[in-house]
Design a protein around this ligand. Structure first.
Ligand code: AMP
Ligand code: MN
Ligand code: MN
Ligand code: MN
Length: 277
């Protein structure tokens, strides 16, 4: 059987629209053999995903996507093969949940000042027990016809520096990497081209990430074209990082991104799954 790895996706535990069970089933239907559930700042979906994976016969890799700060910028670090019960990681996720709730209150307040009431109630209801994210706000703005696409919600309200943007200081990147490592996992820099860094900033980031103990970088994600894959593969080689492959799937509504539908890792790149036990 050909292995098909998808090491980055989201469930209703954060800003995905499928429950962990639905997500695992969909991954199976799309030929995924190893799936990492990597919800934003939470491990709360993993036990359900594990049960569904056992029932379905695919391998579930416990994961997380941590929001981190480095040099006043936000970077997402994926942890793969973590122990979701590791107490410092659990405590970190509890703190991140509080931070996210407080941030949501501030975003809602800014929207109210723009004559858009009711956001906090709506996003709390939509997120349920899960993490509140800007995706929930984007969906609220869409449902109220303030915008006509999710992208427009970020461009007009939620993106950096926009009307309802709330700057947030997340956990220091080095600290977040240490939580991942100490819980038995491998730290991977998520979607490296999403940060729009210059080459020199990218090199500084990767040097700091390596120094902190980071071992992997997402070389293939749901939206990269072949030139972008080559560019990131070059960084992986230069910084001796293993390559990861992850769709960053959030919802079946996004027809551009599907579970398990990813380009192969370039052959000269060490696969990150070889580092997972
Ligand atoms: P948060 O972690 O709460 O800041 O929310 C970040 C999430 O918002 C990301 O994981 C994406 O799912 C989503 N997101 C960020 N930027 C955009 C964008 N420009 N368009 C659509 N979704 C976005
Ligand atoms: Mn997301
Ligand atoms: Mn991300
Ligand atoms: Mn993600």
């Amino acid at each position: 059987m050909t292995e098909n790895y998808d090491l980055h996706c989201h469930s209703t535990a954060s800003d995905g629209t499928l429950s962990p069970t639905e997500l695992v089933r969909r991954a199976y239907e799309h030929g995924v053999t190893s799936l990492a559930l990597t919800d934003h700042d939470t491990v709360s979906g993993i036990s359900e995903a594990q049960a569904a994976a056992t029932a379905t016969g695919i391998k579930l890799i416990p994961g997380i996507e941590l929001s981190t700060s480095w040099q006043n910028k936000c970077f997402h670090i994926v942890g793969l093969g973590i122990d979701p019960a590791y107490p410092p990681l659990r405590e970190a996720t509890r703190n991140l949940q509080i931070m996210r709730t407080e941030r949501a209150e501030k975003i809602a307040y800014k929207l109210e000042k723009k004559h858009i009431p009711g956001a906090l109630e709506a996003v709390k209801k939509a997120a349920g027990e899960g993490m509140i994210t800007r995706t929930h706000f984007a969906d609220f703005l869409l449902s109220q016809f303030h915008v006509s696409t999710q992208q427009e919600a970020f461009d007009r309200y939620l993106g950096t520096g926009k009307a309802a943007y709330v700057p947030t200081i997340w956990a220091e990147m080095e600290l977040a990497v240490s939580w991942i490592i100490q819980s038995g996992g491998v730290a991977v820099l998520a979607h490296p081209l999403r940060y729009k860094l210059t080459a020199s900033w990218m090199k500084r980031l990767l040097a700091a990430f390596k120094e902190a103990g980071g071992l992997g970088i997402e070389v293939v994600t749901g939206r990269y074209n072949s030139d972008e894959i080559k560019l990131v593969a070059g960084y992986a080689t230069r910084f001796e990082l293993a390559g990861s492959v992850g769709s960053d799937f959030h919802s079946p509504d996004n027809q551009w991104v599907e579970l398990g539908r990813l380009a192969p890792l370039p052959p000269n790149i060490k696969p990150v799954w070889e580092l997972l036990n």
